[in-house]
Each structure stands twice: as C-alpha cells, then as structure tokens.
Design a protein around this ligand. Structure first.
Ligand code: PLP
Length: 428
C-alpha cells in the first residue's frame, strides 16, 4: 500500500491503470512504451525515487523548474512561513507580494525593463508578452523560429511547431510566420515589410535541442528588430535564473530585450508563478488599462514569496561561481566520453549547465535516455530533434553527485551506441 494521506494506491500497477483510465491514456502509455515506467514518488535535492523505489539523478529538472533541487529547504521554508500570513491574494488590488517581487525582478533585469506583469505559467506569460507587443506596436504579426516552442496557451502555441499547434487548429501561419534559426537573411526578409509586432526568441531553443546561436546572431536580430520597428521578446523560461552562469542568458549577448519572459524555475518548483518583464514602451497598456490582462492566479502572493527566495538564492555570488564550476566539470567529463565515441556522440552543445548532447541517429537521444533510466539517471530527449538529449544539471549540484552522474552517463552512452547500432541504424 502506498499511502499519501489524502489518497492511496495499492500498487504502481494500479496507479498506472488509473492514470490511463482517468487522467491521460496516451501520455501514460507513451512512457511505458518508451521504456520509462516512471511514477515520481519521493523527491529531494537532485534525486527522485520512483514508486517502486528506484533512485534517479534528475537532469531533466522539468525544464529547469527544479534548478535549485526538489523541495529546496529554503524555498519550502519561505513558503511555509508565508502560509501563516498569506494566500494567493486578490489580483484586483495593489498587492504586497506582487509589488515586492516586481521590484526584485526589475532590479536584476537587463536595462530598459521597468514593469512586471504576472501569469500562472509560462504559456500565459508568453501570451501576455505577445499581447503587449501587439498593443505597443499596433501590429499583429509575431515571428518565431522554425521548431520553436513557447507553450501551449492560445497565442503561445501559434508561435510553435505544427506538432503543437495543429491538434487544436491553432496554426495561423499568416499572423505567425517562422524563419530558420541562425538565418539572419531570412529574419531580415520576414521583418522588412515593417508589419511585425515582435520577434520571439529563446536565447537557446530548448525543445529544439539547445542549438547554440551563432556568434552575433541574436545581436543582429535585435538590430534588425530596431530597424523595422519590431520588438524583441526574450523567452528565458528555460535559459534564465543562472543556468548559463548569468541570471539572464540574454545578458551574455549584451541585448536589452523589449520584453523578457521567465517561468519554470522562478517558482522553485514549489508554487506556480511566471512573469513578464516589460519596457515602458511594451508595458504601455499597464498605464492605459490596468485591467487589460486579468489572471486570478497570476502572481499569486505565495508564488511571489517562492520566487523572491528563488531569485535571492540564484543571485548569490557563491551560486554563480558554483554554476561555472559545475559547468566546467560536466563539460570536461563529457568531452572525455565523447572522445571515446566520436562517431556516435557527435556534439556537445553547452552554455553553463544548459546542455544538449547530440547523437548519430535520428532518434539517438531516445536510446541514451532509456539506458540512462536503467542506470539511475533521468534525462529527456528533445521533442523537436530526438537526436539530441537535453542534459540539465542543477545549479546547486554537489561535485560528488556530478561525478556519479558522469560515470553513469559514460556507461549509458556506451551501451546506447550498441543498442542503436543493433536497431539497424547508424551508430559506432
Ligand atoms: C521556452 C519555453 N517557453 C514557454 C514554456 C511554457 O511554459 P509552461 O509549461 O509553464 O506554460 C515552456 C515550457 O516548456 C518553455 O520551455
């Protein structure tokens, strides 16, 4: 019997049966069929335990949500204490938590960002960013990159790949044109009609497998935006919060975006919250019609407390140094593994602890994911480029756990080379 106080299951098998019956049949089956029968039970730091007791090192972190580890004691402590005084608050009124977090976010933000609007999750925050750009420019078009993913809500999903938009007839190509990543000529062509409200860009596109922007690419996109009167929306939902060794990855490019979106890790994984940082221009609607975007749970005061603590921890000088140290350790360890399998393990894409590992098979990352899972590591393939494994160590990961991770990864990559080769496709 697995007793969780408010609910219980006799066994993992019963839980999976009910998951299929009452929750999401396709998703439940997808993971079982993929060789990952994970039902997350206990969680602590960068470790997870499946319902059957299997221990896993988590380098998926749900896209960086668990940047600070699962149930980070400082974030949990702050939220527990806040629950003696606060709830989600009332979004209609000036709010203690929302104001305090807005001030903290703006104090860390790239130059020119002056206001904060809140959402309950990343997709809603992207919707707010798009609406803000449209209001400020009085234009409709939003340009994103091919293989983009910015969330599943109404406007966000329209900027993404067909994989996400077609199911609910949300693809609207005329209003949401896409251009290939790292193709500056295509970007200029898309913007040259001066009818584009904004370009939305992840600093390193996560769901596409973290391809790195070519030197100068993002900077040139910003220049082109300015030339043609379009705003630049930096989606930092996965790349922000110190994962690249800077609080915001876009700061490494010296770009002052017109809008910056943050989510996932901002909650410390404890209480959902996402935020949109706006310039005076893009946030004009906040002066004109403060009820222009309404969200009951957006900026919930308990979420603000979680985010304030998360931001404070992430910004500590020792944490910044730690990220650089972990990044070096992981990077050099992986280079050694790669040297042993150069034909199979074809590239390491890295910026801080944002990593994509590329393999010589159209679905190479799925083979590595399965072997890692067997060896006690949870990392996920990139949906829009399954050659690439997303590999995301946490920013507070202890060096001995990093060493253990690398040992297991080395073995998994070697084993996956054989299983992929056995599947009849290219692998060394
Ligand atoms: C880059 C990026 N933007 C936006 C989102 C949407 O966030 P949410 O799932 O909280 O709606 C995601 C989610 O994975 C993301 O990776």
């Amino acid at each position: 019997m697995h007793d969780y106080d408010t609910f219980r299951f006799d066994s993992k098998a019963e839980m999976l049966e009910k998951s299929e019956q009452y929750w999401n049949p396709d998703k439940t089956r997808f993971w079982s069929d993929s060789g990952v029968d994970l039902v997350i039970d206990r969680r602590e730091g960068y470790l997870l335990w499946d319902m059957d007791g299997r221990r896993l090192i988590d380098v998926h972190l749900n896209g960086g949500t668990y940047n600070l580890g699962h149930r980070n004691p400082e974030v949990v402590g702050a939220v527990k204490a806040a629950m003696d005084q606060f709830d989600i608050g009332n979004h209609h009124f000036p709010s203690l938590g929302r104001t305090a977090l807005a001030e903290a976010l703006i104090s860390t933000a790239p130059e020119g960002l002056t206001k904060v609007a809140y959402a309950s999750g990343g997709g809603e925050a992207i919707d707010i960013a798009i609406k803000s750009a449209r209001h400020a420019t009085q234009k409709r078009k939003i340009v994103s990159i091919v293989k983009a993913y910015h969330g599943h809500t109404g406007l966000a999903v329209a900027t993404g790949d067909d994989r996400f938009s077609k199911l609910f007839l949300a693809d609207r190509p005329a209003e949401f044109p896409q251009v290939p990543f790292n193709d500056i000529a295509a970007m200029e062509h898309a913007l040259s009609g001066r009818d584009v409200a904004a370009v939305i860009m992840e600093t390193i596109p996560a769901t596409y497998g973290f391809p790195l922007p070519q030197p100068g690419y993002l900077e040139q996109v910003k220049v082109i935006c300015e030339k043609y009167g379009a705003l630049y929306i930096a989606d930092e939902v996965q790349t922000g919060l110190m994962r690249t060794g800077e609080l915001w990855a876009i700061a490494k490019h010296n770009i002052a975006p017109d809008i910056l979106v943050t989510g996932k890790g901002l909650s410390g994984g404890i209480y959902p919250i996402a935020a949109v940082l706006l310039s005076e221009q893009s946030g004009a609607w906040l002066r004109e019609d403060g009820f222009g975007h309404i969200s009951t749970f957006g900026g919930a005061e308990l979420g603000c407390v979680a985010a304030l603590k998360t931001l404070e921890i992430s910004n500590r000088p020792e944490v910044r140094s730690m990220v650089h140290y972990i990044a070096d350790l992981v990077g050099s360890g992986l280079q050694e593994v790669q040297a042993a399998h150069p034909e199979w393990f074809t590239a390491i894409r890295q910026n801080g602890v944002v990593l994509g590992l590329e393999f010589a098979h159209p679905e190479g990352a799925k083979f590595v994911m399965r072997e890692l899972y067997q060896l006690g590591v949870w990392a996920i393939f990139s949906t829009l480029d399954p050659r690439v494994l997303q590999y995301k160590p946490g920013i507070l990961m202890a060096p001995d756990l990093v060493e253990e991770l690398l040992d297991r990864t080395s073995l998994a990559i070697a084993r996956a080379a054989h299983t992929a080769a056995g599947s009849g496709r290219k692998a060394s």
